[in-house]
Design a binder for this molecule. Structure first.
Ligand code: ZN
Length: 599
């Protein structure tokens, strides 16, 4: 009997441990990153920062995945929380499901007393409910259904992508959701309803008379919608607004359905529209994602890089599509992805699949060529390519692209190739390119990283780190406005006057600073050494100066914002003395700004 009782109650003491036992860290991480074996462990390109070499260490022994470059990661729970942007309870639920561990419901309630479901969960449910509503509306609205069927979308695809229709009404969706038990705040917060003015009571449907494509995260959970017009005289796409679930620059339509195919082929096909992605599936090409209604962003590229080594650009065949391809090439080559391109004998993938799905499949799977080759091929068709004007067009189009190539080997190969294709002497062509590169292709990594917030350090910290690496530049740190953190300021001051032969440790030893900051500064020094190792002193000076003024600008702006808030407060409360004092400070700050600008 005792045995029986213990059996009934022997639910895992800690479901967390049970999940950890069943779900090895490498197995989890491999769903997001490509792992390469390294001794007993694995390495991967870190998904948490703009990684150029495999910095993420995955240790099955220790159950840990950690990147020392961006100091992110941890056990399976920390990893999944960070990569999915979810809280602990959601991570627990998700991993429990993956590991096949049933969470003890009562036990959960004991450890976590009855808290109403969090906002995110309610928004998800609201979107889910809307999705079902849209799907049923599509079935019951003949002209909407005819429209998708006419575009060749099969019943199977309708279901797979949960395609629906938002009725042609001001508030039918809203009223449906209200009846289903969602609050006004939830309907507006999840992006489905629009409240035009705060005072205005009325809520309108955001999506009206549109074909609705649920947009999901990589796990298949709906986070928003893309609504595509059925006519031509309306905005082509209306997407969900930014919500706590939906961040348009970090979402790729179709990723959930494409993930396995991308992982298998290490290749992703990039198309423009929702219908293009769906059509591609119809043709049997499943490693496809779409960036609808927005340009490709750094965030998108980071996501693609988790799964693929190669990107096939399969964009619209018009000028806009070609411009988009150029921009995509820049971002993708910076991330060191291999970029291929196809040319379709149709306006877009959707049109070609409707005509000949087999041809589409063959072109995408077998006829993709390196993107630069396709550009050269296009330029060769210019009728005036041997005239001065044509030559200039060729240089203007090609040189900026060549400047983005990550290695000099590739650059040399393409310069030779282009010279040959255009019948120009190779050495002259290369010389023209060097002249172009000299004026435009200055070292961009640092600026780009800092500007994009990809560097794990602030501009002020980077200034310090670089000055440590390039000792002759240390005095430049005097151009920084004194920093608001006293400990960091102590480091800046010490570094600005440190003798060139002193290293980071020696500079830090005499300072009384927070040990966390001390460690951070050592990591910073290592970071700069890894990332910016081979500048000439002239380039280093220029880059550090730029970094210092960026830091100064940031500091001034944040101080300004703070002062203005304090001023308002003082004025509101009639504290005239304080107001006068703050005003003086503000004027000093303005002076400082002018000094920072002129330096
Ligand atoms: Zn990292």
């Amino acid at each position: 009997m005792l045995f029986f009782i213990s059996k009934v109650y022997s639910l895992p003491v800690d479901a967390k441990d049970e999940i950890k036992l069943r779900l090895p860290i490498d197995q989890l991480v491999s769903q997001y990153c490509q792992l390469k074996r390294k001794g007993k462990s694995f390495v991967a390109l870190c998904p948490f920062h703009n990684d150029s070499k495999p910095s993420l260490l995955v240790s099955p022994d220790k159950g840990i995945a950690y990147c020392f470059a961006c100091q992110s990661g941890g056990d399976i729970f920390s990893f999944v929380q960070k990569i999915e942007g979810i809280d602990f309870p959601s991570a627990l639920r998700m991993l429990a499901e993956k590991a096949g561990v049933e969470l003890p419901k009562e036990g959960m309630r004991q450890t976590k007393p009855a808290v109403s479901k969090d906002e995110r969960e309610r928004f998800r449910e609201c979107l889910d409910s809307a999705s079902r509503f849209f799907a049923s509306k599509l079935q019951s609205t003949p002209n909407a259904k005819d429209y998708v069927l006419k575009r060749g979308v099969t019943a199977e695809l309708l279901e797979k992508f949960a395609i629906g229709y938002a009725p042609d009404s001001f508030s039918e969706t809203y009223e449906h959701l209200l009846k289903a038990g969602f609050s006004r705040a939830e309907i507006v917060g999840s992006g489905l309803g629009v409240q035009k003015e705060l005072e205005q009571e009325r809520i309108y449907d955001r999506f009206r008379h549109r074909i609705q494509f649920p947009i999901t995260d990589a796990q298949g959970v709906i986070i928003g919608f893309g609504g595509r017009t059925m006519g031509e005289n309306d905005a082509k796409y209306v997407n969900s607004p930014e919500t706590i679930l939906y961040n348009k620059s970090a979402v790729l339509f179709g990723l959930f359905h494409a993930r396995d195919a991308i992982r298998k082929s290490h290749r992703v096909v990039l198309v423009e529209g929702y219908f293009d992605a769906v059509a591609s599936h119809k043709a049997g090409v499943e490693n496809v994602v779409a960036v609808s209604g927005t340009a490709l962003t750094e965030e998108h590229v980071k996501i693609l890089k988790r799964y693929a080594d190669e990107v096939v650009l399969c964009l619209d065949q018009d000028n806009a599509g070609q411009l988009a391809a150029g921009r995509a090439f820049e971002l993708l080559s910076k991330a060191q992805l291999r970029i291929l391109s196809v040319s379709l004998p149709a306006k877009d993938p959707d049109e070609l699949v409707q005509r000949d799905p087999g041809l589409f499949r063959t072109i995408v799977q077998e006829q993709a060529i390196p993107y630069l080759d396709s550009v050269i091929g296009r330029l060769k068709l210019l009728p005036d390519r041997t005239e001065p004007a044509g030559k200039r067009r060729i240089a203007e189009t090609l040189f900026p692209l060549l400047a983005m190539l990550p290695t000099s080997v590739e650059l040399r190969a393409y310069l030779d190739k282009a010279a040959q294709e255009f019948g120009v002497v190779a050495s002259e062509f290369a010389q023209d390119f060097r002249a172009f590169a000299h004026v435009s292709a200055l070292p961009r990594t640092l600026e780009a990283k800092a500007a994009l917030g990809d560097a794990p350090f602030s501009s002020a910290e980077l200034s310090i780190g670089l000055a440590l690496l390039y000792p002759t530049c240390r005095p430049l740190l005097r151009e920084l406005i004194p920093l608001s953190s006293p400990h960091l300021e102590a480091v800046r001051f010490a570094a600005s006057s440190a003798a060139p032969e002193l290293g980071i440790i020696e500079i830090l030893v005499p300072l009384t600073i927070d040990p966390v900051l001390r460690e951070r500064m050592q990591v910073l020094a290592l970071y700069c050494e890894e990332n910016f190792p081979s500048w000439s002193d002239i380039v280093a000076q220029r880059e550090i100066r730029k970094m210092c003024s960026a830091a100064n600008r940031e500091l001034v702006v944040s101080r300004q914002v703070q002062l203005i808030a304090e001023l308002k407060e003082a004025r509101k409360n009639g504290r005239a003395d304080e107001e006068a004092k703050l005003l003086t400070q503000y004027q000093q700050l303005v002076k400082l700004t002018q000094m920072a600008k002129s330096s």
